[in-house]
Design a protein around this ligand. Structure first.
Ligand code: AMP
Ligand code: MG
Length: 484
């Protein structure tokens, strides 16, 4: 079994990380291997199944060429500065070069204590590991840039949370784990030399064209701004709420990272929050664009010292780059929300239709995913009875529908656009919880079934109707927890 490692991060200076192997665990057992992803990485899926795979992917037997390390980073958590966070419960095993030449970090979450663990135990519980598997793979299937889940391995030990819980390791794959907080770590130490090394490394991995720019840090900043604006618009298109958009949880690759208390919203309301630790609604669904903007301003701070030119002109160039976030986001939002209504090109009129529909949905408390999907089905069948029946404001929605239909030049083509923009299946919180509960009883079947349904979110699957429906009142999940 060989992994095609090329560990570029491990070659950076020693102050970027702490080198150490994953902790020993009593009884690694493969609970779920992602065969499609393993094949994508050029790994031998047969050999990874079973005990040998569990030992390799939990770092008990280090694969040849692995150089395990915990990355250093800082971050703003809920707006408060923390100068030293780092991988407190995760180990980067190495970087795999896939058969197509792409580079992927192989990262073990829940791999034991590191010099960055502070008071934590470095471990992960089974529930949150499976949860990250479900949601990150669902995001991938929805076409949203994200870290992915290669495997979940049971450790055979208990971890102490409020009660003892079975322990697990999530094997995560990402195009990198460089965060806004990684830059902030070195800015906090006024280590401009390290900032330059990190920037060069990040540019080589994520924005190679920026290397040729007149002002590479500025070009890189613009690149990350565009990626994040597009990412947040994609989240919002499907009703995703990240839940902990701290700067240490924002990857410069533009991938969604760190699935903690994230959730998909059921009833539409822009102020929806699930995370039990987000009392102020800082990371509410509708607040995600300004928060991303704020995080990017923190990244700009880190890049300022690296920009050529006098202070005043670099400051105004950086300010301009960050301020473009709003335009990029608005354009992506219009495009993506437009597609949900069947428009393939965005314009102001269509933005008004989106705004008005969302307003009615908020007033009536309508399920976000179901409403757009029924609108899609209604257009395809030319019968909107099912869509209309969701609403209590019947006259308002009928008037809106009339306005909308009048703007659709080609309803058949619009129906196709909508079918590709409005998922049938999202990882609804109550289904996720049911799958995790069954897994705790040793029954992985509901987890497997959920994963299978979510792998084709835009296609109606006979027999999967129950995964479409919003929760019944007694099934509603009101809060999510971080506790990995
Ligand atoms: P998160 O909120 O998951 O982004 O984590 C924030 C910080 O807390 C990171 O530095 C994590 O490594 C650290 N952390 C979270 N859980 C643990 C744990 N069980 N043991 C050690 N460190 C942890
Ligand atoms: Mg984190």
């Amino acid at each position: 079994m060989t992994f095609n490692f090329d560990n570029s991060y491990a070659r950076l200076p020693a102050r970027f990380y702490a080198k150490l192997p994953p902790a020993e665990i009593p009884a690694p057992r493969m609970l779920r291997l992602n065969h499609a992803l393993a094949a994508r990485l050029g790994l031998d899926t047969e050999a990874l199944e079973g005990d040998q795979g569990a030992r390799l992917l939990s770092g008990q037997t280090l694969p040849e060429g692995a150089e395990p390390l915990a990355m250093a980073y800082a971050g703003h958590q809920f707006g408060g500065w923390v100068p030293r966070l780092g991988d407190g419960r995760a180990i980067l095993l190495g970087e795999i070069i896939a058969p197509d030449g792409k580079r992927f970090d192989l990262h073990l979450k829940g791999a034991g204590r590191t010099p960055f663990s502070r008071g934590g135990d470095g471990k992960a519980a089974l529930g949150p590991a499976l949860r990250e598997y479900i949601v990150s793979e669902a995001m991938h299937a929805l076409g949203i840039p994200t870290t992915r889940a290669l495997a979940v391995i049971a450790t055979g030990e208990q971890v102490m949370r409020e009660t003892p819980l079975p322990g697990a390791i999530l094997v995560r794959v990402a195009s990198s784990h460089i965060r806004v907080g990684t830059f902030q770590y070195f800015l906090g130490q006024r280590d401009h030399e390290a900032l330059q090394i990190l920037l060069d490394h990040a540019i080589a991995r994520h924005a190679p064209k920026a290397a040729q720019a007149e002002n590479p840090p500025l070009a890189f900043l613009r690149h990350v701004v565009e990626k994040q604006a597009a990412l947040v618009a994609q989240w919002m298109q499907v009703g995703f709420i990240h839940g902990v958009m701290n700067t240490d949880n924002m990857a410069v690759s533009g991938e969604t990272i760190d699935y903690g208390p994230c959730a998909f919203m059921d009833d539409y309301h822009p102020e929806t929050v699930f995370s039990s630790i987000d009392q102020m609604g800082r990371y509410a669904w509708g607040n995600q664009p300004p928060i991303a903007h704020w995080n990017l301003a923190q990244l700009a701070q880190c890049l300022l010292p690296l920009m050529p030119g006098d202070k005043e002109s670099t400051l105004s160039a950086a300010q301009d780059a960050i301020d473009r976030f709003s335009n990029h986001f608005q354009a992506e939002w219009n495009r993506r929300m437009g597609a949900k209504l069947g428009f393939s090109d965005a314009n102001a009129e269509q933005a008004g239709l989106t705004r008005d529909l969302l307003e009615i949905m908020a007033d009536d408390g309508i399920d976000y995913t179901l409403a757009f999907r029924r609108l899609t089905g209604g257009l395809q069948r030319q019968d909107f009875a099912e869509f209309d029946s969701l609403f209590t404001s019947r006259e308002r929605i009928a008037a809106w529908r009339k306005r909308w239909l009048a703007k659709l030049a080609d309803p058949a083509a619009a129906g196709k656009v909508m079918a590709g923009a409005n998922p049938v299946y999202i990882p609804r919180n109550h289904r996720v919880e049911q799958a995790l509960e069954a897994a705790h009883q040793g029954d992985m079947a509901p987890f497997e079934r959920l994963i299978a349904v979510l792998s084709a979110p835009f296609i109606e699957q006979p027999g999967a109707e129950e995964y479409e429906s919003p929760p019944a009142p007694e099934e509603r999940i009101l809060a999510t927890y971080c506790g990995t």
